[in-house]
Design a protein around this ligand. Structure first.
Ligand code: ARG
Length: 459
């Protein structure tokens, strides 16, 4: 127990398996930077209280910077008894500047406020990076939509052909989801970015440390107002995992659409080689593995959210070791989301579309609503026109015609005398799409307006 920072009151050795079970260093060393920065600012706070002299502070800061370099260069040597990143860094600081001075850095601090601080810094930094990647991703969807604004395709409900839309309208739909994710992430960041430092183990700081000073020094926008909450609140982890889950849900649906569009039966898109793989047996295969992984990896992120909520739900006030279980699900989700954004960006900016296939999949029955609308414009109530248009569809089927546009003018007239010669003008996909100029619609002007608004929201 000599090697352990808390070993004073212990006489018996611990079970080696318990040491392994207890240790978080293998995964929490990812926060080394936040931990060192936290200690730097914390010791400034102690210095303000004259618990550490200027000279000691300078030595501590030099030592911390040396440790930072060791982690960065991969030369930090982990030792038995290094339970987590906090104990490892403190142990190393003692080796570099001497235990006498290093022994002062933890005055009034607990690993409880320390770990909460490190986590919040880490999450803040990761989310800020994700915001950047997300903006690039959305930007690439918008760019594609602008340059392929003229391409039409079927829009689906129930996966059945419904109405013609612009391909750019489909793209803009996902850009809209992802922009909401972007805004939601900004809102979460506000809550993540509050400081627990100076709360002590649970009851508060015994030397009256200036918590606002610590918060400002670490770039937090506020301090957490209650010391018990400061050390035991992991809602920011839950929110981050929920955000990740919802984002991956959008990614998964986006991928599912593209997987369907990439089948030979649809043939609307073709993935770039860079994001496809072949079959070890069937030479002709080109599989959309990137999209399948994007869809599949959503599952593990939802699992991280559900798992951590279960861990958290019965933890009594305040710090309990269960809380260490926040790390692996969070870190895994962050990595998965980051990689997913980058892969999705690659996929969407390199796939090619087959305009002839998209437009070739449009069928005249998809204009049945437009046919109903034709009579609405002539004063017939929609309920009635819906029925009349349905009769036209049935008539065309009975006559084994290729579409409702093949009915003769006389046949239209026999179904309803209010049809006039210009009914034939209805059967144009472009005309149908261009009628939908109302905000949010699929007309060119409406899609361009959507794209502009999305672009503005990212800036
Ligand atoms: N490794 C711990 C964690 O991740 C740090 C906090 C330990 N605090 C304690 N009182 N044992 O939660």
């Amino acid at each position: 127990s000599e090697a352990r920072l808390w070993g004073g009151r212990f006489t018996g050795a611990s079970d080696p398996l318990m040491d392994l079970y207890n240790a978080s260093l293998p995964y929490d060393k990812i926060m080394f930077d936040a931990d060192l920065t936290g200690t730097k600012v914390y010791t400034q706070g102690l210095n303000k209280l004259q618990l550490i002299t200027d000279d000691e502070l300078a030595k501590i800061h030099e030592g911390l910077e040396e440790i930072r370099k060791e982690w960065q260069n991969g030369t930090f040597v982990e030792k038995p008894g290094d339970e987590d990143i906090h104990t490892a860094n403190e142990r190393r600081l003692g080796e570099i500047i001497g235990k006498h001075i290093a022994g002062k850095v933890h005055t009034g601090r607990s690993r409880n406020d320390q770990v909460a601080t490190d986590m919040r810094i880490f999450v803040r930094e990761t989310l800020t990076k994700l915001l950047d990647f997300l903006a690039t991703f959305i930007g690439s969807i918008i760019k594609r939509a602008e340059s392929e604004i003229d391409v039409l395709m079927p829009g689906y409900t129930h996966l059945q052909r419904a109405q013609p839309i612009r391909w750019a309208h489909w793209l803009s739909s996902y850009a809209t989801y992802f922009t909401e994710d972007y805004k939601r992430l900004q809102q979460i960041l506000e809550r993540v970015n509050q400081s627990p430092l100076g709360a002590g183990a649970l009851a508060g700081h015994p030397y009256g440390i200036d918590r606002e000073f610590l918060a400002a020094g670490l770039g937090f926008n506020d301090v957490i107002g209650n010391s018990l909450t400061a050390v035991s609140d992991r809602d920011f982890v839950v929110e981050t995992l929920f955000w990740s889950s919802l984002f991956m849900n959008h990614i998964s649906r986006f991928s599912e659409d593209l997987i369907i569009y990439s089948t030979a039966e649809f043939g609307f898109i073709q993935l770039a080689d860079a994001y496809s793989t072949g079959s070890s047996l069937m030479p002709q295969k080109k599989n959309p593995d990137s999209l399948e992984l994007l869809r599949g990896k959503s599952g593990r992120v939802f699992g991280s959210l559900a798992g951590f909520l279960m861990s958290l739900k019965s933890i009594p006030s305040t710090y309990n070791k269960d809380m260490q279980e926040d790390k692996e699900p969070l870190f895994d989700a962050m990595t998965t989301v980051e990689h997913s954004i980058l892969i999705a960006t690659g996929v969407i900016s390199t796939l090619s579309i087959k305009k002839e296939k998209m437009e070739g999949a449009l069928t005249m029955d998809m204009l049945a609503t437009d046919l109903a609308d034709y009579l609405v414009r002539r004063g017939v109530p929609f309920r009635e026109t819906h029925h009349i248009s349905g009769e036209c569809v049935r008539k065309a089927e009975e006559e084994k015609l290729t579409g409702i546009d093949q009915l003769s003018f006389e046949q239209f007239q026999s179904i309803d005398s209010r049809f006039e010669k210009d009914v034939m003008d209805v059967f144009d996909f472009e005309v149908s799409v261009e009628r939908r100029t109302a905000t949010g619609g699929t007309a060119k002007s409406a899609v361009l307006k959507q794209l502009k608004k999305l672009t503005d929201q990212l800036n």
